[in-house]
Design a binder for this molecule. Sequence first.
Ligand code: SF4
Length: 70
Amino acid sequence: MKVRVDRNLCRSVGSCVAIAPGAFQFDAEKKAVLIEPRDADDDALWRAAESCPYHAIILEDEATGEWLYP
Ligand code: SF4
């Protein structure tokens, strides 16, 4: 799974950080950024993405590049 965070949409709610702390953290501006290397399975990434009220977390298929969410 490929994951991106749209900084322009992120409003620092933090549910992604709470649900998948191995994948997301806050930067100095309290925007969610990805942790590399990531320590979260696809299920956690899905739950984190679905928890974001601003749809700032974008999921794509690693192999095909297909847009999966939102
Ligand atoms: S849940 Fe969405 S708005 Fe909240 S920190 Fe994560 S990406 Fe940003």
